[in-house]
Design a protein around this ligand. Structure first.
Ligand code: ADP
Ligand code: MG
Ligand code: MG
Length: 870
């Protein structure tokens, strides 16, 4: 079995076997770039190393043969005291993986070879500088000796020589340093190996060993990198950037990694080796000044940079070294970049004809795109994080702490930046949420009131920061020994859940021409449309401007939560007779109609799916303790007290053990048909009025939580009867559909029966996940779901990424059964999964017509839908 490849034997497509670094070195060798000779020990060898005892011995003769071939090419000899070959030993996995072994430079040096190196270079200082670096790196990485001792001794050497920089330490001082370095190694219980072959073997061993260090394992876990990959070992002839002023080393991006500008972007150091550039000891100079310093080298580098970009058809991140005026390339890889750089580079390369539209679209990661839509904390700034909560709604918010919703509404309304901090929020706090920059709550999960409302509003929210202790009366909160007072500045990062003390600088979101064009290209590739969940005209407009092709979920309950409407709604809920209820519903109908007028108008020409009332009615009532408190001091016979008592009685009646599985969804419409009739009338009236004005309205009316054919049949009839009457009254032509959400396992299983009456299905995967697993989301996320993910029960929270095996299987059944009865049935998803890339890929596979997600996720979903289709 072949475990060793010379650079001349590999290529870029052998990444899995040779690792990313090795495959690219081989590729560059192949196309004739100045790469120092070397060879690669494969990732398969890494597996063998972990399987077989003393595996390295079994390939040792091959290593020797490979070194011999390198000696030939380099014209030097490994371990020679005349003309020694030195090498670097570098790890390299198939994907870039910090946490692996650090590179060792100058391997092969000992007391003999160093003298030879000094002689051949004509520079003693250089040789001993290389030697001391080697001992330091090798001891650190292979022998695991504490680095501090070396750094102390090095500082001593600088002091002795009276210089500030390492590269000014004279040869004599370096010689003493080397002697002392070896003593440090001995004190740590090792002997520094002087035989270059022993050095090489130990270094190779250390690279393989580093694949399973705790930090490497942790990194793999966080980034979903399979342990099967393994790492390769690259052994590369040393070239020296520290041989004088005609030498240097640097790194360079072929385009700006921060904004994508098509211009070399990099840094270098004269007379330096390897990691000096990133180590921060000396400040590197911008690549542009290389043009003046070494014009020939710069010209050559520029040529190679462009060549590599054309070759790989992507922006490159290149490492180079100049030895006595000769340029060497030591690494190239696709450069990491910010979201805005990714977009610009992709579109520029498309326009340059370097890549096609499919490739351009695939160059931007959907998750990255979210960065472009919310203000962001300056990534370069240091964060003083006092606590981490749940990342409930993305984006960054800065403002002064306020504990009261009314105060937030007042000060926010005047244009002041405030952050609302609450134990949790209720519908009563909406105005405060609306006026605040962001919200922090100590209780509640990803679907708590604060989280849902904040996401809808596009406001950053950190929820469930349980260790935050709020003293509402005192106007402070404490967490981990820090006390934050009202009016103190606070910064929230809703994208990762950071709560940061103080006022951070924010960077504005960008939705520029390039991004727009990229998303249009994405739409052309996709099979799925992207719709949005929007409850207000403002949301609808935002969704449309982000490219939504319809509204997949317009929740009507939020419309009743606004301050002036809630009392009417409460009156309706408290009503005990149908007449009373109808009287209140009449008032609500006027308001509902207005809501629909606004949304339908904003979505002119595009479908709007309106879901009839879904939550249990008691959610609209104040909590019983609050009501009891309001009774205090009232005369028991007063009208007000009577009213409160009636509300308490009704709240008790409506109380449910398990509201999620209780009297909600179409069950409300079945028992109180007047509620759904009112909503249907409001929808049809609004639609007819606009139709008369020449606005094209496409209403889809959606019945929630249907589980039986009888429910679907009756609700369809209810809507159709109202629809027929209103349309006739208005004398217009209006087309509409009536459909259902599929959010109960039974609904999926009897989807064929439902499809006889339902003209569309929309998968409500939030509830479908709850009911399939038998989890109440709010309880599960707070109590055990996090641990389940840590324990490996789930790879990811099934409320974030759709569970294909269970929930997905039900969806597949429903799709099949639905189409068997109604082949043209419209299929979509409106759960939060509709904005999750992996879940979108699954919906694409099922052949759904659209996914619907929150307006701010629309661009993410458009990209994901395209990627799913590629
Ligand atoms: P990393 O993956 O951390 O970048 P590398 O193996 O690429 O580690 O190397 C670290 C530094 O050493 C880089 O600056 C690289 O250019 C330099 N380097 C590696 N091998 C050689 C070599 N053979 N000659 C000169 N410099 C080298
Ligand atoms: Mg590197
Ligand atoms: Mg639901």
């Amino acid at each position: 079995k072949k475990y060793i490849y010379d650079f001349s034997e590999g290529s870029a497509d052998m990444r899995t076997l040779l690792g990313g670094k090795g495959a690219n070195l081989a590729q560059m060798w192949k196309i004739g770039l100045p790469v120092p000779p070397g060879f690669i020990i494969t990732t398969e060898a890494c597996h063998k190393y972990w399987e077989e005892k003393d595996f390295i011995s079994s390939i040792w003769s091959d290593v020797e043969a490979a070194v011999a071939r390198v000696e030939e090419l380099a014209g030097k000899k490994f371990g020679s005291s005349q003309n020694p070959l030195l090498v670097s030993v570098r790890s390299g996995a198939p994907v870039s993986m910090p946490g692996m072994m650090d590179t060792i430079l100058n391997l092969g040096l000992n007391d003999d070879t160093v003298a030879a190196l000094a002689k051949s270079a004509g520079d003693e200082r250089f040789a001993y500088d290389s030697y001391r670096r080697f001992i330091q790196m090798f001891s650190d990485v292979v022998l695991e000796v504490d680095l501090d001792k070396f750094e102390e001794r090095l500082a001593q050497a600088r002091e002795n020589a009276g210089v500030k920089e390492d590269y000014k330490i004279p040869a004599e001082e370096l010689k003493k340093l080397v002697v002392d370095y070896k003593k440090i190694v001995e004190e740590a219980g090792h002997t520094f190996p002087s035989d270059p072959w022993v050095q090489l073997r130990l270094a190779i061993d250390a690279v393989f060993r580093s694949w399973n260090t705790p930090r490497a394992i942790t990194y793999r876990k966080i980034n979903n990198i399979p342990a099967e990959y393994g790492t390769a070992v690259n052994i590369v002839t040393m070239v020296f950037g520290n041989l004088g002023d005609d030498c240097g080393t640097g790194v360079c991006f072929t385009r700006s990694p921060s904004n994508g500008e098509n211009k070399l972007f990099g840094e270098y150091l004269i007379n330096a080796q390897g990691e000096d550039v990133v180590a921060g000891i000396r400040t590197p100079v911008p690549i542009a000044s290389l043009e003046a310093a070494m014009p020939e080298v710069y010209k050559e580098f520029h040529r190679i940079a462009k060549l590599l970009e054309t070759h790989y058809r992507d922006a490159q991140d290149i490492e180079f070294t100049v030895e006595r005026g000769k340029l060497y390339i030591l690494q190239t890889r696709n450069g990491k970049r910010t979201a805005s750089a990714a977009v610009r580079i992709a579109m520029d390369m498309l326009h340059e004809g370097l890549i096609d539209a499919e490739t351009a679209v695939s160059r931007v990661a959907p998750e990255q795109v979210e960065q472009l839509l919310h203000p962001q904390i300056d990534p370069k700034a240091k964060r003083n994080v006092i606590v981490k909560g749940l990342p409930a709604s993305p984006g960054a918010a800065v403002g002064r702490v306020v504990f009261d919703a009314d105060e937030a509404a007042e000060r926010g309304g005047k244009g002041e930046a405030v952050i609302l901090v609450r134990p949790e929020t209720t519908p009563d706090d909406i105005h405060g949420l609306f006026a605040a920059q962001g919200v922090l709550t100590s209780h509640g999960g990803m679907t708590s009131h604060a989280a849902v409302v904040a996401r809808g509003l596009g406001k950053p929210c950190v929820s469930g920061a349980e260790s935050v202790k709020i003293d509402l009366a005192g106007g402070t909160f404490t967490v981990g020994g820090v006390t934050v007072k009202k009016d103190d500045f606070l910064t929230l990062d809703g994208t990762n859940g950071d709560v940061i003390l103080g006022k951070m600088e924010l960077i504005e979101p960008q939705f520029d021409e390039n991004f727009r064009e990229l998303l249009e290209d994405a739409d052309k590739i996709s099979n799925l449309q992207v719709w949005a969940n929007a409850d207000t005209p403002e949301d609808a407009r935002r969704a449309r401007s982000f490219g939504a092709k319809g509204i997949g979920l317009c929740r009507t309950e939020h419309m009743f939560m606004a301050a002036e409407r809630l009392p009417v709604m409460q009156e309706m809920v408290v009503s005990t007779t149908t007449e009373e209820r109808v009287a209140q519903l009449k008032k609500l109908e006027v308001m509902q109609e207005e809501d629909f007028l606004g949304i339908f108008e904003a979505m002119e020409g595009l479908p709007v799916t309106v879901r009839l009332l879904d939550p249990p009615l008691h959610e609209f009532l104040p909590k019983i303790p609050e009501l009891t408190k309001a009774l205090e001091g009232l005369a028991p016979e007063s009208a007000e007290a009577k009213k409160i008592n009636a509300t308490i009685a009704r709240a008790r009646e409506l109380h449910e053990q398990n509201p999620m599985l209780g009297f909600r969804g179409c069950r409300l419409g079945m028992i109180f048909p007047e509620i759904y009739e009112m909503q249907a009338r409001a929808i049809f009236n609004a639609a007819c009025k606009l139709t008369k004005k020449g606005v094209r309205v496409i209403p889809d009316i959606m019945i929630p939580l249907v589980g039986t054919q009888e429910e679907m049949k009756r609700m369809r009839k209810l809507v159709d009867e109202i629809g027929a009457a209103v349309i006739k009254e208005n004398g217009v032509a209006l087309e509409y559909m009536v459909g259902t959400m599929i959010e109960l396992p039974r609904a999926a299983m009897v989807a064929d029966q439902l499809a006889e009456y339902a003209q569309f299905f929309s998968f409500g995967t939030n509830d479908l996940t709850q009911t399939t697993f038998g989890y109440s989301r709010d309880d599960a996320e707070g109590k055990f779901l996090g641990q389940y993910v840590e324990m490996g029960v789930f790879e990811e929270n099934p409320f974030a990424r759709l569970d294909r095996d269970g929930v997905g299987a039900l969806m597949e059944i429903a799709v099949g059964k639905g189409r068997s009865v109604r082949p043209e049935i419209q299929l979509g998803i409106c759960g939060e999964h509709g904005g999750n890339p992996s879940s979108i890929a699954f919906c694409n596979k099922l052949g759904l017509n659209y996914v619907s997600c929150s307006p701010f996720r629309v661009p993410v979903a458009r990209l994901s839908a395209a990627l799913a289709a590629l």
